[in-house]
Ligand binder design. Structure first.
Ligand code: URA
Length: 218
């Protein structure tokens, strides 16, 4: 896809492409899907977190002390997996960002309306200084964009600036991306692939099928 959006980053490298081939293939078993998906999520999270503010600190190596950069320890980092498939990002996320808070968001898609239905919300936290928050909402499939929009709204309604919020997805549809940027033009979206279209049931084509089913063997 030609990328006409400044805030859309399509991450492309050989490991990403190989992992995508593995998760897409219908004959890859659950363990294979999970391993490849985890590899992919780690790379996507590295890309997503490039916006984290850094600060200078002093480090003593065995040889000397010197000043260098690190993630600003005063910011608050939130990882928000959209249940259930978004959970695939959390193991890698807590490994690379041990200081992050995980705030789960439970939504499923009504099969008929394709609209999200809420069943769990771990985001009712007070927000003291909204500019200090950096939020990564994870969902492997950005299809209609309805769930991601609901999730983003939870944070923007608390005053957290759009520029501090990032949707991290593995595969997206062009419609989903358009829907997000229409309402939230300053959000960042990180994806590994933008596929051709959505089918009449709201599945991404070619996609990987139902990500939750493939990851959790249901
Ligand atoms: N959710 C999925 O798991 N797969 C799709 O293709 C679309 C939404």
């Amino acid at each position: 896809m030609q990328n006409k959006y400044t805030n859309l980053k399509i991450v492309e490298n050989p490991i990403v492409n190989q992992s995508l081939c593995t998760i897409r293939a219908k004959d890859t078993d659950t363990q294979g899907v999970r391993l490849a998906a985890r590899k992919l999520t780690r790379i996507l999270l590295y890309e997503a977190t490039k916006n984290l503010p850094q600060t200078e600190t002093e480090v003593k190596t065995p040889l000397t002390k010197f000043r260098t950069k690190t993630i600003n320890p005063n910011i608050k980092i939130i990882i928000s997996p959209i249940l259930r498939a978004g959970l695939i990002f959390t193991d890698e996320a807590v490994d690379i960002l041990p200081q992050a808070t995980i705030r789960h968001i439970g939504m499923y898609r009504d099969e008929k309306t394709l609209k999200p239905v809420w069943y769990y919300n771990k985001v009712p936290m007070p927000v003291d200084n909204p500019n200090n928050y950096y939020v990564y909402i994870t969902d492997p499939m950005l299809a209609t964009g309805n769930s991601l929009k609901e999730a983003i709204r939870l944070y923007t309604e608390k005053g957290i600036p759009q520029k501090n919020i990032c949707g991290v997805c593995m595969i997206s549809s062009p419609q989903g991306i358009e829907a997000i940027f229409e309402e939230f033009p300053d959000i960042t979206i990180i994806v590994a692939a933008v596929d051709s279209h959505l089918n009449e049931k709201g599945y991404i084509v070619p996609g990987m099928g139902d990500a939750g089913d493939r990851i959790f063997n249901t």
